[in-house]
Design a protein around this ligand. Structure first.
Ligand SMILES: [Zn+2]
Ligand SMILES: [Zn+2]
Length: 246
């Protein structure tokens, strides 16, 4: 079994709130420089920069998971993780059908840039990606699972856009595979504040919008290989696999 240093929450220049320097290629190079083994590209309500990041990491030691950070109808953020870009495009189709109507206001929110693995601009996404979807959290989680992915509740320690800030608590019908803490909360604080959620696996990630933040918080996965299947087993502590962060 190996230890995989992972940062599973990174936005690229497709997220209107992320820095333009966060191109898929730049994110991959920074992650490699910082000794990270697994990242997930998790843009708001879109996965259009995932395949560029995966191509940029091709032949390196870095695994790029196909991710997305989805805003539920309750405005709770939920992370989705898949192995392959093809899998997350199926999820993206469903999310796009359920986005609130409207166009991105580039002046107010920022540009949403689709880039290839060589840093060439392919498109400016005009959808309202920063807004919520019309899908309740429970439906998002079950959709992610039906497509073979893993679902984590984003930054549950934050007082906005988290499942706890929006719903008050995590009800039993929400079958998250993991809960995420932001870098603002230390392990000891999390143990105190979220003791009632200890039956869930916990991860912590950077939620990077800027290059400096990549790898600011990481989670170590002890498992056999950097795949969704192994991560799922690690979340359940099966056969010595485990998930650790401090
Ligand atoms: Zn978020
Ligand atoms: Zn985020």
């Amino acid at each position: 079994m190996k230890a995989f240093k992972s940062d599973l929450h990174i936005h690229t220049c497709l997220s209107p709130c992320a820095e333009l320097e966060m191109s898929p290629l730049a994110v991959v190079n920074i992650a490699l420089n910082r000794g990270i083994d697994i990242i997930a590209v998790t843009d708001h309500n879109s996965a259009e920069n995932v395949s560029a990041a995966q191509k940029a990491a091709d032949g390196t030691t870095l695994t790029v998971l196909a991710g997305m950070e989805i805003a539920s109808s309750e405005e709770a953020h939920i992370l989705a993780f898949f192995d392959h870009a093809e899998d997350i495009i199926k999820l993206q189709d469903i999310i796009y059908e359920n986005l609130l109507p409207g166009e991105n206001d580039e002046k107010m929110f920022g540009e949403q840039i689709v880039v290839n693995e060589k840093d060439e601009v392919l498109d400016f996404n005009k959808k309202l990606l920063i807004g919520a979807t019309m899908l309740p959290a429970q439906e998002i989680i079950s959709t992610i699972h039906s497509l073979g992915g893993l679902a984590a509740a984003s930054h549950i320690d934050k007082d906005a856009f988290s499942i706890i800030s929006q719903l008050g608590f995590i009800s039993d019908d929400l079958e998250f595979d993991a809960l995420e803490m932001s870098p603002n909360t230390a392990r000891a604080e999390a143990e105190q504040a979220f003791e009632m959620y200890k039956s869930f696996a916990w991860i912590s990630s950077s939620d990077s919008h800027f290059p400096d933040d990549i790898g600011k918080r990481t989670t170590i996965f002890h498992m056999n290989e950097p795949t969704i299947k192994e991560m799922s087993l690690a979340f359940q502590n099966i056969d010595g696999r485990e998930v650790v962060w401090e």
